[in-house]
Design a protein around this ligand. Structure first.
Ligand code: NAD
Length: 292
């Protein structure tokens, strides 16, 4: 029989991901803070729990998909948390993007309760979650990875064990660095092209066919063309991720000269009240700097 799943965190990513598990035949019990997301889960064929304790009590696999390290710590530790209430032998898969150190610490604390842990952050955005084509970067042990592989394959297309606990998060941090710098470069090109009077849609099409082409340009093209900055991936979350990669790179002595500038641009956008917008809204900053 398929393992029984508890899913904590039914947001932009967690809702479609948990629904893909239900479609694949898994029994999913969910908990999250918004009642409408719990209703959505039950309509999709899952069950809603009233607490984390209730959700995890008889689960074989517990998946967490929440915003950041403080939320992962809040739901893992504490009397109503996962470590106190999950059964020994359960597998905890944290798919949130958090600091690598939080993942390492969680794995150590869980091991004392006989709970196994994988860090398994994802890339591919809301569309990747809906279409079950996420890239899943995993940290932890080979045996646990092998046990979780069928579940991962119901959620994504590229699934890789990157190394021990925390390594999935380190790779995800690198992913967020590349994506932010790429969006910033595209935003600068968009403003340059428009100010030059070139047809933007035509320009982006031909750019995408050459070496400048990217998943960012493909996925964010319409956001740029329509100035549609509904999330998607919120600036608040990318700000969190730029902090993670900046700290982690400093710890190992890796220079991020361009990444550091883009981290400042993300922080500035957030400071101007745009934290709830999609990260393609970096275009707004370039426009402001250009007097557009
Ligand atoms: P979101 O804000 O849409 O969803 C977060 C969910 O966590 C909400 O449903 C909230 O109720 C729940 N939550 C928060 N605290 C909780 C608690 N204490 N107990 C139970 N539930 C709690 O965020 P999202 O966009 O789905 O992102 C989730 C994670 O995935 C983040 O770490 C993000 O960086 C990462 N991520 C997001 C995307 C994306 O495109 N949105 C892509 C890849 C990775």
């Amino acid at each position: 029989a398929l393992p029984k799943i508890a899913w904590i965190g039914l947001g932009i990513m967690g809702s479609p991901m948990s629904e893909n598990l239900i479609k694949a035949g898994y029994d999913v019990t969910g908990f999250t803070l918004e009642q409408e997301k719990l209703d959505r889960l039950t309509s999709a064929g899952g069950s809603a729990a009233d607490s984390i304790a209730e959700a995890v009590r008889d689960a074989d696999v517990i998946v967490t998909m929440v915003p950041a390290s403080p939320q992962v710590e809040a739901i893992a530790y504490g009397p109503d948390g996962i470590l106190e209430n999950a059964r020994s032998g359960a597998l905890l898969i944290d798919m949130s993007s958090i600091t690598p150190q939080t993942s390492v610490d969680l794995a150590r604390a869980a091991a004392e309760k006989g709970i196994r842990v994988l860090d398994a952050p994802v890339s591919g955005g809301e569309a990747g979650a809906v279409e079950a084509v996420l890239s899943i970067m995993v940290g932890g042990g080979q045996v646990d990875f092998d046990a979780a592989r069928p579940l991962f394959e119901a959620l994504g297309r590229t699934v890789v064990l990157c190394g021990p606990h925390g390594c999935g998060q380190t790779v995800k941090a690198a992913n967020q660095l590349i994506v932010a710098v790429n969006i910033q470069a595209c935003a600068e090109a968009v403003v340059f092209l428009e100010k030059s009077g070139v047809d933007l849609a035509a320009a982006l099409d031909v750019l995408n066919g050459g070496l400048a082409g990217s998943t960012v340009l493909t996925r964010k093209k319409d956001n740029f063309l329509r100035r549609d900055f509904r999330p998607g991936f919120r600036i608040d979350l990318h700000h969190k991720d730029m902090g993670i990669v900046t700290d982690a790179a400093r710890d190992v002595g890796a220079a991020l000269p361009v990444g550091a500038v883009v981290a400042q641009l993300v922080a500035s956008l957030r400071a101007q009240g745009d934290g709830g917008l999609d990260h393609s809204a970096l275009l707004r900053t370039v426009e402001r700097l250009s007097g557009a």
